[in-house]
Design a protein. Structure first.
Length: 497
């Protein structure tokens, strides 16, 4: 295989590099909870069943009880136990620069029974499946580095333990090799291919190096950086869904976007299918509902028409008190109809979307301009400066992670920003909800609220594009959401078998 992006680190506690997760760690390290192809959290084979979640009415503490499978084993043959859960928590607590969120909420891990880990949080947290699993978490072998729990400086060029279908045989800045475990403890995840070599192709997005003569004949699969290059015809283009959605976000704290009429006019002025196509995405991938929830049917109001309507836009602006002025723009005596359109320069296609939004709004009398701005900076801007419209991607996930999209706590990026009273109440209820059914019901209410108030305009769910030679490699139809093209590497097989 060949990859344009390359892991810059391997430490599962301090490394925030997503390439390390997709190319190496997910094939080697175990998780307690996993994400399936629909973006839902499900118990991994390390667990004997679904965990039990309870909230103490008196203390408000949340306890998640994980029952471990007796057959779950580390590569050295030792059983995976509750002490490993405790050790993983201590590693995140004691290692400076630990990047995963949520471990600071834990107040205790009971490992009295080797097969039962009771994890107690100070208060309910709906994203608890991210602990020791989920998109970014892992389970670590407790005593892999002796009795120390500060893992700073470890994992420099190898991963010394694992429980996955592969182990890392070698790694440097140009190549890595994964070798299959001969008899993996989980027969359903026994790797079909004995060895996988991944080479670094830093120039994979470079047209000069990726023509028919630029890709070695030994390469069966390519994961490029950015645009997919034109390569030999033996490759098929594939797309794998990513756990984030690109959309337009409105700063509703001040005029003019504080008005629902203006937000509706912006919606009417835009052809969202054209925006998606400008971003290099198939317009059929447009998210066609507003209060969108990943993996769920209930997503608020459907959009019957996604095309632009000049007449509807003008009527909405006139009704909201934004007449056409002598210079051809719209405004009021003391206030122009003006909004900046910010876009994340790191997001593929965001600049093209922002410029198209500006063009569409200017034609209808807005004063608008595009500017590069990260989502983090956009959220920090104060009320006086305002932020206008933002073109950003927000990582979503499952109904359990709806708070990542709709929560209203300080500093969170969400389409409800800045949250009105109704959504603040629902957001707090979402955090306190104990059951999955209750979380989903509240999330659906938030979705409906987002739709009716035009809190945001979703465009498309992101995808990872890659190339594979189907005459040499057979790949599974689905992979876990967010895991990338290699998310089910153990199910890859040779086409000639």
């Amino acid at each position: 295989m060949a990859a344009g992006d390359w892991p810059t680190c391997l430490n599962p506690v301090t490394c925030a590099d997503p390439t390390a997760r997709t190319l190496v760690l997910q094939h080697v390290l175990p998780k307690l909870m996993e994400v399936d192809a629909d973006g839902r959290y499900v118990p991994s084979p390390v667990l004997a069943g679904g965990p039990e979640v309870r909230v103490d009415d008196e203390t408000g503490e949340q306890t998640i009880t994980f029952v471990l499978a007796e057959e779950a084993r580390w590569h050295d043959g030792r059983p995976i136990t509750s002490s490993d859960v405790l050790g993983t928590w201590l590693a995140h607590r004691e290692t400076p620069g630990a990047v995963a969120a949520g471990y600071e909420r834990i107040i205790a891990v009971d490992d009295t029974d080797p097969l039962i880990a009771r994890v107690t949080l100070a208060q309910p947290w709906p994203d608890w499946p991210e602990l020791f699993g989920g998109y970014t978490g892992w389970l670590l072998q407790a005593d892999a580095f002796g009795t120390g729990t500060d893992l700073s400086g470890q994992f420099s060029d190898f991963v010394p333990f694992g429980a996955g279908p592969y182990e890392l045989a070698s790694y440097d800045d140009q190549s890595l090799v994964l070798v299959a475990r001969e008899e993996h403890w989980d027969p359903d995840r026994q790797a079909e291919i004995d060895q996988v070599r991944i080479d670094r192709f830093a120039d994979l997005g470079d047209g000069e190096a990726t023509g028919r003569v630029g890709v070695p004949g030994s390469i069966d699969l390519l994961i490029p950086t950015g645009d997919v290059p034109e390569v030999a015809t033996r490759f098929d283009l594939r797309r794998t869904p990513a756990p984030s959605v690109v959309g337009l976000f409105f700063d509703r704290r001040t005029a003019p976007l504080g008005s629902a009429g203006v937000r509706a006019a912006v919606d009417a002025a835009l052809d969202r299918r054209d925006l998606v196509e400008l971003a290099g995405v198939d317009p059929d991938q447009l998210v066609t509902c507003l209060g969108w929830l990943p993996g769920e049917e209930a997503c608020g109001e459907d959009l019957e028409e996604e095309g632009a309507s000049a007449e509807e836009t003008d009527a909405l602006l006139e009704a909201d008190g934004w007449p056409v002025l002598l210079d051809g723009t719209r405004g009021r005596p003391d206030l122009p109809l003006a909004t900046p359109v910010s876009y994340d320069p790191r997001l593929e296609g965001a600049e093209a979307i922002a410029e198209a939004v500006v063009d569409a709004l200017v034609v209808r009398g807005f004063t608008a301009s595009a500017e590069p701005l990260t989502a983090e900076t956009w959220m920090r801007r104060d009320r006086e400066r305002g932020t206008g419209i933002g073109v950003f991607a927000v990582r979503l996930g499952t109904a359990q992670r709806a708070s990542a999209l709709y929560r209203c706590d300080e500093g969170s990026l969400n389409p409800m920003a800045w949250c009105e009273q109704d959504s603040q109440v629902l957001s707090r209820e979402l955090v306190d909800a104990a059951s999955e059914d209750e979380r989903l019901a509240i999330a659906e209410e938030l979705g409906e609220l987002a739709a009716t108030s035009l809190s945001w305009l979703p465009l498309h769910q992101r995808t990872v594009r890659w190339l594979v030679d189907p005459d040499r490699i057979v790949t599974p139809d689905q992979t876990p959401l967010g895991a990338g093209p290699l998310g089910a590497l153990h199910d890859f097989d040779r086409a000639d078998r």
